[in-house]
Write a protein that binds this ligand. Structure first.
Ligand code: AMP
Ligand code: TRP
Length: 345
Protein backbone atom coordinates (compact mmCIF):
# COMPACT_ATOMS: atom_id res chain seq x y z
CA UNK A 1 0.00 0.00 0.00
CA UNK A 2 1.43 3.36 -1.00
CA UNK A 3 0.11 5.21 2.04
CA UNK A 4 1.32 2.64 4.56
CA UNK A 5 3.22 4.23 7.44
CA UNK A 6 6.97 4.09 7.09
CA UNK A 7 7.40 3.78 10.83
CA UNK A 8 6.02 0.59 12.33
CA UNK A 9 3.83 1.04 15.35
CA UNK A 10 3.30 -1.83 17.78
CA UNK A 11 -0.07 -3.51 17.36
CA UNK A 12 -2.65 -1.87 19.60
CA UNK A 13 -6.41 -2.26 19.29
CA UNK A 14 -8.88 0.52 20.05
CA UNK A 15 -12.64 0.51 19.64
CA UNK A 16 -15.64 2.33 21.03
CA UNK A 17 -19.39 2.01 21.45
CA UNK A 18 -21.86 4.80 22.14
CA UNK A 19 -23.80 4.67 25.41
CA UNK A 20 -26.95 5.80 23.69
CA UNK A 21 -29.45 3.12 24.66
CA UNK A 22 -29.56 -0.65 24.92
CA UNK A 23 -27.12 -3.07 23.31
CA UNK A 24 -28.32 -5.33 20.50
CA UNK A 25 -27.24 -8.70 19.16
CA UNK A 26 -25.60 -6.67 16.35
CA UNK A 27 -23.39 -4.86 18.87
CA UNK A 28 -22.55 -8.16 20.54
CA UNK A 29 -21.64 -10.14 17.41
CA UNK A 30 -20.23 -7.22 15.40
CA UNK A 31 -18.28 -5.67 18.26
CA UNK A 32 -18.23 -6.97 21.86
CA UNK A 33 -17.60 -10.64 21.12
CA UNK A 34 -14.75 -9.78 18.79
CA UNK A 35 -13.32 -7.30 21.32
CA UNK A 36 -13.10 -10.12 23.86
CA UNK A 37 -11.47 -12.43 21.30
CA UNK A 38 -8.77 -9.83 20.55
CA UNK A 39 -8.08 -9.44 24.26
CA UNK A 40 -7.90 -13.21 24.71
CA UNK A 41 -5.41 -13.43 21.84
CA UNK A 42 -3.05 -11.38 24.03
CA UNK A 43 -3.16 -8.17 21.96
CA UNK A 44 -3.11 -4.82 23.80
CA UNK A 45 -6.74 -3.72 23.80
CA UNK A 46 -8.36 -0.39 24.72
CA UNK A 47 -12.16 -0.11 24.77
CA UNK A 48 -14.12 3.06 25.30
CA UNK A 49 -17.67 4.10 26.04
CA UNK A 50 -17.91 7.13 23.78
CA UNK A 51 -20.19 9.42 25.77
CA UNK A 52 -18.90 12.54 23.96
CA UNK A 53 -20.16 10.95 20.75
CA UNK A 54 -23.49 10.06 22.34
CA UNK A 55 -24.30 13.71 23.13
CA UNK A 56 -24.08 14.71 19.46
CA UNK A 57 -27.80 13.95 19.63
CA UNK A 58 -29.91 14.80 22.69
CA UNK A 59 -29.42 12.52 25.70
CA UNK A 60 -31.41 12.81 28.90
CA UNK A 61 -28.66 13.15 31.56
CA UNK A 62 -30.03 10.41 33.84
CA UNK A 63 -30.43 8.06 30.86
CA UNK A 64 -26.90 8.77 29.65
CA UNK A 65 -25.54 7.90 33.09
CA UNK A 66 -27.54 4.67 33.18
CA UNK A 67 -26.65 3.72 29.58
CA UNK A 68 -22.94 4.27 30.24
CA UNK A 69 -22.98 1.93 33.24
CA UNK A 70 -25.11 -0.62 31.43
CA UNK A 71 -22.74 -0.54 28.48
CA UNK A 72 -19.82 -1.09 30.85
CA UNK A 73 -21.73 -4.06 32.28
CA UNK A 74 -22.20 -5.33 28.70
CA UNK A 75 -18.46 -5.12 28.04
CA UNK A 76 -17.64 -6.93 31.27
CA UNK A 77 -20.31 -9.61 30.75
CA UNK A 78 -19.00 -10.20 27.21
CA UNK A 79 -15.63 -11.17 28.66
CA UNK A 80 -13.70 -7.91 28.75
CA UNK A 81 -11.36 -8.20 31.72
CA UNK A 82 -10.47 -4.73 33.07
CA UNK A 83 -7.08 -6.06 34.13
CA UNK A 84 -6.13 -7.22 30.64
CA UNK A 85 -7.95 -4.51 28.65
CA UNK A 86 -8.31 -0.81 29.38
CA UNK A 87 -12.03 -0.06 29.78
CA UNK A 88 -13.16 3.52 30.34
CA UNK A 89 -15.53 6.30 29.32
CA UNK A 90 -14.30 8.92 26.91
CA UNK A 91 -15.23 12.10 28.80
CA UNK A 92 -12.98 11.13 31.75
CA UNK A 93 -9.90 11.41 29.53
CA UNK A 94 -9.33 14.98 28.26
CA UNK A 95 -7.06 13.88 25.38
CA UNK A 96 -10.08 12.95 23.22
CA UNK A 97 -11.70 16.39 23.15
CA UNK A 98 -8.36 18.13 22.90
CA UNK A 99 -7.06 16.15 19.96
CA UNK A 100 -10.47 16.35 18.28
CA UNK A 101 -10.14 20.14 18.19
CA UNK A 102 -6.79 19.91 16.46
CA UNK A 103 -8.31 17.43 13.98
CA UNK A 104 -11.21 19.83 13.38
CA UNK A 105 -8.51 22.04 11.92
CA UNK A 106 -6.95 19.25 9.84
CA UNK A 107 -10.06 17.64 8.30
CA UNK A 108 -11.78 19.48 5.43
CA UNK A 109 -15.47 20.39 5.19
CA UNK A 110 -15.78 18.41 1.98
CA UNK A 111 -14.50 15.23 3.64
CA UNK A 112 -17.14 15.44 6.35
CA UNK A 113 -19.92 16.33 3.94
CA UNK A 114 -19.40 12.96 2.30
CA UNK A 115 -20.05 10.99 5.50
CA UNK A 116 -23.15 8.85 5.03
CA UNK A 117 -23.80 8.45 8.77
CA UNK A 118 -24.28 12.21 9.13
CA UNK A 119 -26.66 12.21 6.18
CA UNK A 120 -28.59 9.26 7.69
CA UNK A 121 -28.75 10.72 11.19
CA UNK A 122 -29.43 14.34 10.26
CA UNK A 123 -31.79 13.42 7.44
CA UNK A 124 -33.71 16.35 6.04
CA UNK A 125 -32.95 18.42 9.12
CA UNK A 126 -29.24 19.03 8.59
CA UNK A 127 -29.60 22.71 9.52
CA UNK A 128 -30.92 21.75 12.96
CA UNK A 129 -28.30 19.05 13.61
CA UNK A 130 -25.64 19.84 16.22
CA UNK A 131 -22.20 20.94 15.03
CA UNK A 132 -20.94 17.96 17.05
CA UNK A 133 -22.87 15.52 14.89
CA UNK A 134 -21.16 16.93 11.81
CA UNK A 135 -17.69 16.87 13.40
CA UNK A 136 -18.30 13.41 14.94
CA UNK A 137 -15.79 11.56 12.71
CA UNK A 138 -12.97 13.92 13.78
CA UNK A 139 -13.60 12.97 17.40
CA UNK A 140 -13.56 9.32 16.40
CA UNK A 141 -10.19 9.84 14.71
CA UNK A 142 -8.94 11.49 17.91
CA UNK A 143 -10.14 8.51 19.99
CA UNK A 144 -8.05 6.16 17.92
CA UNK A 145 -4.99 8.29 17.23
CA UNK A 146 -4.60 9.57 20.82
CA UNK A 147 -3.41 6.03 21.58
CA UNK A 148 -1.48 5.47 18.36
CA UNK A 149 -3.81 2.52 17.89
CA UNK A 150 -3.12 0.50 14.77
CA UNK A 151 -6.18 -1.76 14.46
CA UNK A 152 -9.84 -0.92 14.95
CA UNK A 153 -12.44 -3.71 15.04
CA UNK A 154 -15.87 -2.38 14.04
CA UNK A 155 -18.97 -3.34 12.11
CA UNK A 156 -19.31 -2.59 8.41
CA UNK A 157 -21.18 0.70 9.09
CA UNK A 158 -18.01 2.32 10.48
CA UNK A 159 -15.77 1.71 7.47
CA UNK A 160 -16.17 5.20 6.04
CA UNK A 161 -15.26 6.81 9.37
CA UNK A 162 -12.07 4.75 9.53
CA UNK A 163 -11.13 5.88 6.05
CA UNK A 164 -11.48 9.45 7.31
CA UNK A 165 -9.26 8.59 10.28
CA UNK A 166 -6.63 7.39 7.83
CA UNK A 167 -6.98 10.58 5.78
CA UNK A 168 -6.54 12.74 8.90
CA UNK A 169 -3.40 10.85 9.97
CA UNK A 170 -1.92 11.11 6.47
CA UNK A 171 -2.71 14.84 6.15
CA UNK A 172 -1.39 15.65 9.62
CA UNK A 173 1.84 13.74 8.99
CA UNK A 174 2.22 15.38 5.58
CA UNK A 175 1.37 18.96 6.65
CA UNK A 176 3.78 18.91 9.58
CA UNK A 177 6.43 16.77 7.88
CA UNK A 178 6.34 14.08 10.55
CA UNK A 179 5.65 10.37 10.76
CA UNK A 180 3.75 10.66 13.99
CA UNK A 181 0.28 9.15 13.57
CA UNK A 182 -0.22 5.57 12.36
CA UNK A 183 -2.47 4.89 9.39
CA UNK A 184 -4.98 2.55 10.99
CA UNK A 185 -6.31 -0.72 9.67
CA UNK A 186 -10.05 -1.35 9.90
CA UNK A 187 -10.77 -4.87 11.16
CA UNK A 188 -14.11 -5.81 9.65
CA UNK A 189 -14.32 -9.57 9.60
CA UNK A 190 -16.38 -12.58 10.63
CA UNK A 191 -19.90 -13.70 9.77
CA UNK A 192 -21.58 -10.87 11.67
CA UNK A 193 -20.09 -7.58 10.55
CA UNK A 194 -23.61 -6.56 9.55
CA UNK A 195 -26.39 -8.22 11.54
CA UNK A 196 -29.67 -7.32 9.88
CA UNK A 197 -33.13 -6.51 11.25
CA UNK A 198 -35.32 -9.54 12.01
CA UNK A 199 -38.20 -7.77 10.23
CA UNK A 200 -36.35 -6.60 7.11
CA UNK A 201 -33.21 -8.34 5.85
CA UNK A 202 -32.07 -5.24 3.99
CA UNK A 203 -31.89 -3.00 7.09
CA UNK A 204 -29.23 -3.07 9.81
CA UNK A 205 -30.30 -4.34 13.24
CA UNK A 206 -30.25 -1.18 15.32
CA UNK A 207 -31.15 0.07 18.76
CA UNK A 208 -32.85 3.03 17.12
CA UNK A 209 -35.30 0.96 15.01
CA UNK A 210 -38.83 1.84 16.20
CA UNK A 211 -39.83 -1.86 16.15
CA UNK A 212 -38.57 -3.85 19.14
CA UNK A 213 -39.35 -7.03 17.15
CA UNK A 214 -36.61 -6.05 14.68
CA UNK A 215 -33.81 -6.68 17.18
CA UNK A 216 -32.63 -8.87 20.01
CA UNK A 217 -31.57 -6.73 22.96
CA UNK A 218 -28.93 -8.06 25.31
CA UNK A 219 -31.41 -7.36 28.11
CA UNK A 220 -34.12 -9.61 26.52
CA UNK A 221 -34.98 -12.72 28.54
CA UNK A 222 -35.07 -16.25 27.08
CA UNK A 223 -38.79 -16.09 26.18
CA UNK A 224 -38.41 -12.79 24.36
CA UNK A 225 -35.37 -14.03 22.41
CA UNK A 226 -37.15 -17.24 21.34
CA UNK A 227 -40.35 -15.38 20.39
CA UNK A 228 -38.49 -12.83 18.27
CA UNK A 229 -36.62 -15.53 16.37
CA UNK A 230 -39.82 -17.54 15.86
CA UNK A 231 -41.50 -14.46 14.39
CA UNK A 232 -38.50 -13.35 12.32
CA UNK A 233 -39.37 -12.72 8.69
CA UNK A 234 -38.26 -15.51 6.32
CA UNK A 235 -39.23 -17.01 2.99
CA UNK A 236 -41.03 -20.35 2.44
CA UNK A 237 -38.02 -22.19 0.91
CA UNK A 238 -35.89 -24.64 2.90
CA UNK A 239 -32.27 -23.66 3.62
CA UNK A 240 -29.89 -24.32 0.72
CA UNK A 241 -26.87 -26.62 1.00
CA UNK A 242 -24.41 -23.96 -0.18
CA UNK A 243 -23.85 -20.20 0.13
CA UNK A 244 -24.85 -19.51 -3.49
CA UNK A 245 -28.34 -20.69 -2.60
CA UNK A 246 -28.71 -17.70 -0.22
CA UNK A 247 -28.42 -15.28 -3.14
CA UNK A 248 -31.43 -12.93 -3.09
CA UNK A 249 -32.62 -14.32 0.27
CA UNK A 250 -31.55 -11.56 2.67
CA UNK A 251 -33.57 -12.79 5.67
CA UNK A 252 -32.42 -16.41 5.33
CA UNK A 253 -28.83 -15.27 4.94
CA UNK A 254 -29.10 -13.12 8.06
CA UNK A 255 -30.33 -16.00 10.24
CA UNK A 256 -27.57 -18.27 8.91
CA UNK A 257 -24.96 -15.58 9.65
CA UNK A 258 -26.31 -15.08 13.17
CA UNK A 259 -26.19 -18.83 13.78
CA UNK A 260 -22.63 -19.01 12.45
CA UNK A 261 -21.40 -16.10 14.59
CA UNK A 262 -23.07 -17.41 17.75
CA UNK A 263 -21.72 -20.94 17.22
CA UNK A 264 -18.24 -19.82 16.05
CA UNK A 265 -18.80 -21.65 12.75
CA UNK A 266 -18.58 -20.49 9.15
CA UNK A 267 -21.86 -19.92 7.28
CA UNK A 268 -20.77 -22.76 4.95
CA UNK A 269 -20.56 -25.15 7.90
CA UNK A 270 -24.00 -24.07 9.14
CA UNK A 271 -25.47 -24.87 5.72
CA UNK A 272 -23.64 -28.19 5.57
CA UNK A 273 -25.39 -29.08 8.83
CA UNK A 274 -28.80 -27.47 8.32
CA UNK A 275 -29.20 -27.31 4.51
CA UNK A 276 -32.51 -28.82 3.42
CA UNK A 277 -34.25 -27.86 6.68
CA UNK A 278 -37.28 -25.61 6.61
CA UNK A 279 -37.48 -22.64 9.00
CA UNK A 280 -39.89 -24.65 11.16
CA UNK A 281 -36.84 -26.69 12.15
CA UNK A 282 -34.02 -24.16 11.78
CA UNK A 283 -35.63 -21.35 13.80
CA UNK A 284 -36.06 -23.42 16.98
CA UNK A 285 -32.43 -24.59 16.66
CA UNK A 286 -31.31 -20.96 16.30
CA UNK A 287 -33.52 -19.87 19.21
CA UNK A 288 -31.99 -22.57 21.47
CA UNK A 289 -28.49 -21.52 20.48
CA UNK A 290 -29.22 -17.81 21.00
CA UNK A 291 -30.77 -18.43 24.42
CA UNK A 292 -27.86 -20.65 25.46
CA UNK A 293 -25.30 -18.01 24.46
CA UNK A 294 -27.13 -14.85 25.54
CA UNK A 295 -28.86 -15.86 28.78
CA UNK A 296 -25.65 -16.08 30.84
CA UNK A 297 -24.59 -12.72 29.45
CA UNK A 298 -27.92 -11.21 30.35
CA UNK A 299 -27.75 -12.61 33.90
CA UNK A 300 -24.22 -11.31 34.37
CA UNK A 301 -25.22 -7.81 33.18
CA UNK A 302 -28.03 -7.77 35.74
CA UNK A 303 -25.68 -8.89 38.50
CA UNK A 304 -23.11 -6.22 37.63
CA UNK A 305 -25.75 -3.47 37.49
CA UNK A 306 -26.56 -4.13 41.14
CA UNK A 307 -23.24 -2.57 42.11
CA UNK A 308 -22.79 0.63 40.11
CA UNK A 309 -20.12 1.88 42.53
CA UNK A 310 -17.94 -1.03 41.41
CA UNK A 311 -18.60 -0.22 37.74
CA UNK A 312 -17.66 3.43 38.36
CA UNK A 313 -14.48 2.30 40.13
CA UNK A 314 -13.49 0.12 37.15
CA UNK A 315 -14.13 3.00 34.73
CA UNK A 316 -12.13 5.42 36.89
CA UNK A 317 -9.18 3.06 36.99
CA UNK A 318 -9.45 2.51 33.23
CA UNK A 319 -9.49 6.28 32.65
CA UNK A 320 -6.26 6.72 34.65
CA UNK A 321 -4.53 4.06 32.57
CA UNK A 322 -5.90 5.51 29.31
CA UNK A 323 -4.77 9.00 30.32
CA UNK A 324 -1.25 7.76 30.99
CA UNK A 325 -0.98 6.65 27.34
CA UNK A 326 -2.89 9.46 25.65
CA UNK A 327 -1.66 12.58 27.52
CA UNK A 328 1.97 12.33 26.31
CA UNK A 329 0.82 11.65 22.72
CA UNK A 330 -1.41 14.74 22.77
CA UNK A 331 1.35 16.83 24.39
CA UNK A 332 3.67 15.80 21.57
CA UNK A 333 0.96 16.66 19.04
CA UNK A 334 0.68 20.20 20.49
CA UNK A 335 4.42 20.54 20.26
CA UNK A 336 4.44 19.43 16.60
CA UNK A 337 1.71 21.99 15.86
CA UNK A 338 3.84 24.72 17.45
CA UNK A 339 1.96 25.37 20.66
CA UNK A 340 4.08 26.90 23.39
CA UNK A 341 4.32 25.10 26.71
CA UNK A 342 3.51 21.74 25.22
CA UNK A 343 6.44 19.85 26.61
CA UNK A 344 5.04 19.46 30.10
CA UNK A 345 2.71 16.54 29.30
P1 AMP B 1 -23.06 1.75 17.96
O1 AMP B 1 -24.04 1.02 18.80
O2 AMP B 1 -23.67 2.32 16.72
O3 AMP B 1 -22.19 2.69 18.75
O4 AMP B 1 -22.08 0.63 17.41
C1 AMP B 1 -21.11 0.01 18.22
C2 AMP B 1 -20.38 -1.08 17.47
O5 AMP B 1 -21.30 -2.13 17.13
C3 AMP B 1 -19.75 -0.62 16.15
O6 AMP B 1 -18.53 -1.32 15.98
C4 AMP B 1 -20.76 -1.04 15.13
O7 AMP B 1 -20.18 -1.25 13.86
C5 AMP B 1 -21.28 -2.35 15.74
N1 AMP B 1 -22.65 -2.65 15.28
C6 AMP B 1 -23.77 -1.93 15.54
N2 AMP B 1 -24.84 -2.49 14.94
C7 AMP B 1 -24.39 -3.59 14.27
C8 AMP B 1 -25.02 -4.59 13.45
N3 AMP B 1 -26.32 -4.58 13.21
N4 AMP B 1 -24.22 -5.56 12.94
C9 AMP B 1 -22.89 -5.60 13.20
N5 AMP B 1 -22.25 -4.69 13.96
C10 AMP B 1 -22.98 -3.68 14.49
N1 TRP C 1 -18.68 5.75 15.70
C1 TRP C 1 -18.72 4.46 16.33
C2 TRP C 1 -20.14 3.87 16.22
O1 TRP C 1 -21.10 4.57 16.13
C3 TRP C 1 -18.31 4.52 17.78
C4 TRP C 1 -16.92 4.99 17.93
C5 TRP C 1 -16.52 6.20 18.41
C6 TRP C 1 -15.73 4.27 17.62
N2 TRP C 1 -15.16 6.27 18.46
C7 TRP C 1 -14.65 5.11 17.99
C8 TRP C 1 -15.50 3.00 17.09
C9 TRP C 1 -13.33 4.72 17.79
C10 TRP C 1 -14.15 2.63 16.90
C11 TRP C 1 -13.09 3.47 17.25
O2 TRP C 1 -20.26 2.68 16.27
Amino acid sequence: MSDAPTKTFPKRIFSGIQPSGGLTLGNYLGALKRFAQAQDAGIETIYCMVDLHAITVWQEPSKLRHATRELAAGFLASGIDPKRSILFNQSQVPAHAELAWIFNCVARMGWLRRMTQFKDKAGKHAEEASVGLFAYPNLMAADILAYHATHVPVGEDQKQHLELTRDIAIKFNHDFGVDFFPVVEPVIEGAATRVMSLRDGTKKMSKSDPSDQSRINLTDDADAIAAKIRKARTDPEPLPETLEGLEGRAEARNLVNIYAALADMTPEAVLAEHGGQGFGVFKPALADLAVAKLSPLNAEMRRLMQDVAEIDRILGEGADRADAIAAPIVAKTRDIVGMVGSRRG
